[in-house]
Design a protein around this ligand. Structure first.
Ligand code: NAD
Ligand code: ZN
Length: 382
């Protein structure tokens, strides 16, 4: 029986730790199979005597909540569970209000913990609740989707959607600890796993050619859940942590994380966020493909680079073309309007993340919208 943090670490040498370096607000991301088993003692060591309000969604709750509460209980951590409906629609004001009130009704104090057990929806919403109730409670993330483990739980962006658009209301609020149990992804539907994988591939494509090569050779094991999955999650978290430590509030380098996202967001918006047609990671996959093809068009990289990206995305079963999205797409002009709303337009030019090759993305502020429109017109026809 492990009952101290030292025991937890020595008995589980397979767990890796990525440190997010943000001065006084630094925190650890612990990654590995069955990290959940050590959650109780890790949390008790970090926040002695604290209670926890666990926020989860109905799907994750059914699968993992009872076991998780037992683990906390065994370490002497009292908890209440607050469950929301699964899906993006929960990231809204009414749900935020309900959760804030429920956390207060459970008599949670400032040093107590808001604990997110779920995907990016639960994480973003819970983080905003943690940032707001009593002007900031402790916050711990236990991400349960691949996307949440490699992306949304790292970096401190929290928030909800507004009728004016996605993620428009929120706060930068860093967690105190992130626990990525890679075995919890075994219950994730394949489509969601693939969508999260698009973000994993993104880290290779934006700044780490060796990682992308490694993924080309090891992706099957990442999907199957071997130690390669832990490795992929850890390298992704490290990549995001490095960028966030350098540029927490997205003044410069953090923008590189948006590789594929300008096109991807436009496609998501064009299908009105209907997830039956397109989920975020699929939009990112197509968007990354478009970013590489557009960069090729500008003669920034050789065709071989574009082909490698396409092969890999196809290998793992991700979409690569706009025509892979079921149903009718709007014309290029409509996509351009969405892009212009999404982006800062400066002196008539657009900012895009372009690339000089695998692992060599950069921020380009002077992209001519006419070139993008003509490119999209062509892509919509093919
Ligand atoms: P999600 O939270 O909706 O989860 C996807 C689905 O998987 C849900 O139905 C959920 O119930 C289910 N699920 C979760 N874990 C499971 C498990 N282990 N087994 C079985 N089913 C499981 O979606 P997501 O893709 O994790 O996150 C998307 C959200 O993340 C979006 O709202 C997006 O805006 C946000 N996001 C935030 C950031 C950030 O920096 N904060 C970054 C990227 C994305
Ligand atoms: Zn993304």
């Amino acid at each position: 029986m492990t009952d101290t943090l030292a025991n937890a670490d020595s008995e589980t040498p397979n767990h890796q730790t990525v440190r997010v370096d943000l001065g006084r607000r630094s925190y650890d991301i612990v990654i590995g199979r069955d990290v959940l088993e050590t959650a109780g003692i890790r949390i008790a060591a970090l926040k002695p005597g604290a209670r926890a309000a666990i926020i989860t969604d109905e799907t994750v709750g059914k699968l993992h909540l009872d076991r998780f509460r037992d683990i906390l209980n065994a370490a002497g951590i009292q908890s209440v569970a607050l469950t929301i409906p699964a899906g993006e629609a929960s990231k809204r004001f009414e749900m935020f209000e309900r959760l804030c009130d429920e956390v207060l009704a459970a008599r949670m104090e400032r040093g107590d913990i808001v604990l997110a057990l779920g995907g990016g929806v639960v994480g973003d919403l819970s983080g905003f609740v943690a940032a707001s109730v009593r002007r900031g409670m402790s916050f711990i993330q236990v991400p349960t989707t691949l996307l949440a483990q490699v992306d949304s739980s790292v970096g401190g962006k929290t928030g909800i959607n507004s009728r004016h658009g996605k993620n428009l209301i929120g706060a930068f609020y860093q967690p105190d600890l992130v626990l990525c149990d890679t075995s919890i992804l075994d219950t994730l539907p394949l489509r969601d796993f693939r969508a999260g994988y698009a973000e994993v591939a993104k880290y290779g494509l934006l700044g780490d050619a060796d990682f992308f090569s490694w993924l080309e050779s090891n992706w099957k094991a990442v999907f199957a859940g071997g130690t390669e999955r832990d490795e992929a999650v850890a390298r992704s978290c490290q990549a995001k942590a490095d960028v966030v430590a350098e540029d927490e509030q997205e003044a410069g380098r953090r923008a590189l994380l948006n590789l594929g996202h300008t096109f991807g967001h436009a496609l998501e918006s064009a299908v009105a966020y209907e997830t039956e047609r397109l989920v975020h990671g699929e939009g990112v996959a197509i968007g990354m493909m478009l970013a590489h093809e557009f960069s090729r068009r500008l003669d920034l990289l050789p065709q071989e680079g574009v082909d490698r990206v396409e092969h890999h995305l196809l290998d793992v079963g991700l979409p690569t073309k706009i025509s892979d999205i079921p149903g009718q797409m709007p014309p290029a002009e409509t996509l351009m309007d969405i892009i212009a709303q999404d982006k800062k337009v400066s002196r008539g030019n657009l900012t895009f993340i372009l690339t000089r090759g695998i692992g060599s993305a950069f921020v380009e502020k002077g992209v001519d919208p006419i070139l993008v429109r003509d490119f999209l017109t062509e892509k919509l026809a093919s």
